[in-house]
Design a protein around this ligand. Structure first.
Ligand code: NAD
Length: 361
């Protein structure tokens, strides 16, 4: 495997958080001799400024060649007035769909040091470690027919179609089962099988796959309304949660907020062969861009996810996650996770502290 990474820093705080993450990547690559190499490209607003489009052909060629893509964030007020089809966010959708990144992994992990940042009681969320696996390229967001039509009586009617083929359900369920086998061996599949036929098929297909190929994984099923409730009532009951595009969109945001800070949350979007795009869950935060106050930890933790899921370098991934834990233990906090008695640091200092903690292992 050639181990090539494409780095797309993007807009707003993107270049700042990526500079910190790149230092961490450099350190872990040298320390554990991982043999990774990387190059830079442009996406989003930065690409519009340079080439007039958010996902230029040159970036697409680089992305095609790479084994993994590390992305900061795209978008900002500067590009909000331009034509919708070439806005920065469109570049993001293009790269995801062109690379067929159908599996979106969103871990909700609460570092014990930050338990007070959650809006839930510390004992409910301390030590939380859930992985939400969301199907990203199918379901109601892409289903046809869709649109707004006029009825005979002149009233308008909006409509969308929720569709999943067995093959789409199987491939995302397979990802969930495989990941569960590396963790707590539990998968909860979320659907609305009592009302929607598309999720009746979802439930049946997931069950058949588990029985045929993953007998050691404990599979449970939950209706989405109950899942939304259980996530705030007793979130630690979950290990891996697998669900479709629409339910996953909502539940992954809900799970993310259990942890308190959006500045801490990484994500991965994978294709069938393990190629992936890794990015923080947050956006480009134009309100704080260029001030050296953004939290780089979500991007640094995205590097850890990349090492784990694309390059299968578990030791390296764990080292980065431990280094982040060590820095939090030292009491260092960026403004978004600041609490009484802690030491406030900027983006650069936070990144450098993680690099120093990696040196100490
Ligand atoms: P946002 O996530 O950028 O910001 C929401 C709030 O969280 C802001 O107050 C921001 O300052 C804060 N925040 C976000 N990341 C932070 C960090 N690392 N450290 C500290 N604070 C942080 O969401 P938004 O304001 O809705 O969107 C801003 C821009 O980002 C828009 O152009 C939007 O389209 C784009 N966006 C991009 C992505 C992406 O690239 N994947 C995702 C979401 C939004």
């Amino acid at each position: 495997m050639k181990k090539q990474i494409l780095i797309l820093a993007g807009d707003g705080i993107g270049p700042e958080i990526m500079a910190a993450a790149e230092k961490v990547l450099h350190k872990i690559n040298a320390k554990l001799q991982l043999g990774l190499s990387w190059e830079h490209g442009v996406l989003g607003g930065a690409a519009i400024d340079a080439h007039g489009v958010p996902y230029p052909a040159a970036t697409a060629a680089q992305a095609e060649q790479a084994d993994a893509i590390l992305l900061g964030a795209v978008g900002g007020p500067k590009w909000e007035q331009i034509e919708r089809s070439i806005r920065p966010e469109r570049g993001l959708l293009q790269i995801r769909s062109e690379l067929n990144l159908f599996a979106n992994l969103r871990p909700a992990i609460l570092y014990p040091q930050l338990a007070d940042a959650s809006s839930l009681k510390a004992e409910i969320v301390a030590g939380l470690d859930i992985l939400i696996v969301r199907e990203l390229t199918g379901g109601i967001y892409f289903g046809q027919p869709r649109g707004i039509r006029e009825l005979e009586n002149g009233e308008k009617q909006g409509f969308n179609t929720d569709v999943y083929a067995e093959s789409e359900i199987k491939r995302i369920a397979k990802v969930a089962f495989e990941l569960a086998s590396l963790r707590g061996s539990k998968v909860c599949s979320v659907d609305k099988a009592n009302v929607l036929e598309v999720t009746e098929l979802w439930r049946q297909t997931v069950t058949e796959l588990q029985q045929a190929e993953y007998p050691d994984i404990q599979l449970s099923h939950m209706y989405v309304d109950n899942a939304a409730m259980q996530l705030v009532r007793a979130p630690k009951q979950f290990d891996v949660v697998v669900t479709g595009n629409l339910f996953g969109d909502i539940l992954s945001d809900e799970a993310a907020m259990l942890t308190g800070s959006i500045g801490m949350l990484p994500s991965a979007s994978l294709d069938e062969k393990g190629k992936g795009m890794y990015e923080p869950c947050h956006g480009s935060a134009p309100d704080i861009a260029g001030q050296n106050i953004a939290n780089p930890l979500a991007t640094i933790l995205s590097v850890a996810m990349m090492l784990r899921y694309t390059f299968r370098e578990e030791e390296a991934a764990k080292a980065i996650e431990s280094a982040v834990g060590a820095v939090l233990d030292q009491g260092l906090r960026t403004a978004d996770i600041m609490s009484t008695g802690m030491q406030k640091v900027g983006t650069i200092a936070m990144g450098d502290a993680v690099v120093a903690a990696l040196d100490a292992f």
